[in-house]
Design a protein around this ligand. Sequence first.
Ligand SMILES: NC(=O)c1ccc[n+]([C@@H]2O[C@H](COP(=O)([O-])OP(=O)(O)OC[C@H]3O[C@@H](n4cnc5c(N)ncnc54)[C@H](OP(=O)(O)O)[C@@H]3O)[C@@H](O)[C@H]2O)c1
Length: 324
Amino acid sequence: MDYATLGRTGLRVSVAGLGCGGFSRLGLGTGGDETGAIRIVREAAELGVNLFDTAAAYGTEGVLGKAIKTLRRNEIVICTKAPFSWSSGRADPAGLVAALDNSLRQLDTPYIDVYQLHGVPPSNYAHARDELAPVLLKEKEKGKIRFLGITETAPHDLQHETLHQAAQDGVWDVVMVGFSMMHQNARERVFPVTRAHKVGTLLMFAVRNIFSQPGRLQATLRELAAEGQVSAALAESDDPLGFLIHDGGASSVVDACYRYVRHEPGVDVVLFGTGDPEHLRANIASILKPPLPETDRRILAKLFGHLVGVGLDPPTYMPGLTLH
Ligand SMILES: NC(=O)c1ccc[n+]([C@@H]2O[C@H](COP(=O)([O-])OP(=O)(O)OC[C@H]3O[C@@H](n4cnc5c(N)ncnc54)[C@H](OP(=O)(O)O)[C@@H]3O)[C@@H](O)[C@H]2O)c1
């Protein structure tokens, strides 16, 4: 494993972080059981992963708490998030403390390393900063939280307005940002400010269904070609990202996705979620490989650098599901 410093927190964290959310939710979301979920966490730890990201909304705090019982608490970094109601509503701040206490109970830990407000839209950012953060900072003084974080709601904040501002406000030590081959604008909107202010970055959305579900990429490229955003030739190709896969290049599209984001200046930790032990091993291996060849990166910038908000829909389409 490679380790990085998570911005001004000074925490040494694995560059691959295990996401306990997404649609897999450590496998609990895809038919797996608690034993399998615990196995995923422990195998990740054996491979050197020391950062785990969960949330009240994922329903995996309890299983993560059980899984880490065999690990030394001071050698791992637990990130969790307040329930969504505090991100977009104007709820009673006292309830936020109760939610934090509940997360501590679920995780069965005396402190949370990074406590995040979950998917804060730009319209609620000032409320989060001015009314909710002060409440959490008091809990931090009591030792329940080590650092404060905030995550964006990528599909509803395509220009990263929340994080662009949050990174400059001095309140949040860590931000979670969406960035991928088809949604590259954090490079201009987020990373320059997080780097300037030494804010740690957790990266999400490297692999959404556009890259993991067969046929989804081609369908999206056809829609983009119809809007004049990509060439018709690319949309008609059976294997539009095939150029990335060659000796010295990527071994698969998913491998390319993780390597693409991992080496972006300003990215500290690449989160990946899975319930599949083979995907776990493959993703860690990808994140630890060298950058994609420069020529391939140049082609990706030319083909997709202008796109915004493409491929942010969830890994599996679920009718009625709220996106965050
Ligand atoms: N606003 C927020 O705060 C927010 C929003 C989204 C995510 N997150 C965090 O970020 C983490 C990462 O989320 P994400 O949105 O990037 O998605 P993700 O949870 O990493 O989902 C990746 C999807 O691709 C599949 N997959 C993983 N590895 C694969 C491989 N090697 N080959 C093929 N398919 C593979 C997974 O299913 P399998 O089980 O089959 O591997 C999963 O369905 C989450 O777990 C969560 O902790 C936070």
